[in-house]
Design a protein around this ligand. Structure first.
Ligand SMILES: Nc1nc2c(c(=O)[nH]1)N[C@H]1C(S)=C(S)[C@@H](COP(=O)(O)O)O[C@H]1N2
Ligand SMILES: [Mo]
Length: 203
């Protein structure tokens, strides 16, 4: 429900209270910048595998064909980089996280996840954040397949967290009993990374 009718140029840019959809300290970009630590990782679909492991009853691995046969969704989402750019209202297509999590039975002690990528990048999320209905494994952006720089063939999208949690070239989830720092988190970036609370760094 919206309490106000925004002027047409601001449609989709305001929340229900008429506030700009921009987290504190962010500026809007109309580009899709590339932010990669190190080099672009080139992963071909034929070799791509995604593995669910750690605190699961039975690890599960799937390939590209299996992934593309899972139920798909296209969603409009915002993307906030901790370096202060935000890209608003772009469409992302992929598989909702709930469909991925259905493939394994999590052990009751699973409380967090380490996201692993081709190239060695890692980032962590608590299970409740991973399970948010806006989280997806994406293969397309604005109706076109992701380019290699943006994580082809598949990346994670976590719109409600700073974008370093939206891991490119993903290759699996490792379920953990306790939240553990990934790469940027280990360098002092926030474990939780909520842009609305400006959780940029850890204390
Ligand atoms: N594997 C991997 N994923 C990554 C990164 C990276 O360096 N490697 N950078 C992160 C950061 S800091 C941001 S802001 C977004 C940027 O995504 P983009 O390059 O598609 O804009 O990807 C995130 N995912
Ligand atoms: Mo970033």
């Amino acid at each position: 429900m919206s309490f106000i009718t925004p002027p047409p140029e601001l449609a989709g840019k305001l929340n229900d209270f008429g506030e700009l959809k921009l987290p504190p300290g962010q500026v809007v970009t109309h580009k899709f910048p590339v932010l990669t630590y190190g080099e672009t990782v080139h992963v071909v679909k034929a070799n791509w595998k995604f593995r669910l492991e750690g605190l699961v009853e039975e690890p599960f691995e799937f390939d590209w064909e299996f992934f593309m046969n899972l139920p798909q969704k296209t969603m409009t989402a915002d993307f906030h980089c901790v370096t202060r750019w935000s890209m608003l209202d772009k469409t992302w297509t992929g598989v909702p996280i709930a469909e991925v999590l259905k493939l394994v039975q999590l052990k009751p002690e699973a409380k967090a996840v380490m996201v692993h990528c081709y190239g060695g990048y890692t980032t962590n999320l608590t299970l409740d954040v991973l399970q948010d209905e806006t989280v997806m494994l994406c293969h397309s952006w604005e109706g076109k397949p992701l380019t290699p720089e943006h994580g082809a063939p598949c990346r994670l999208l976590v719109p409600k967290r700073y974008a370093w949690k939206s891991a490119k070239w993903v290759k699996g989830f490792e379920f953990l009993a306790k939240d553990k720092a990934g790469m940027w988190e280990d360098f002092g970036y926030s474990m939780t990374a909520n842009p609305w609370k400006e959780e940029r760094y850890s204390d």
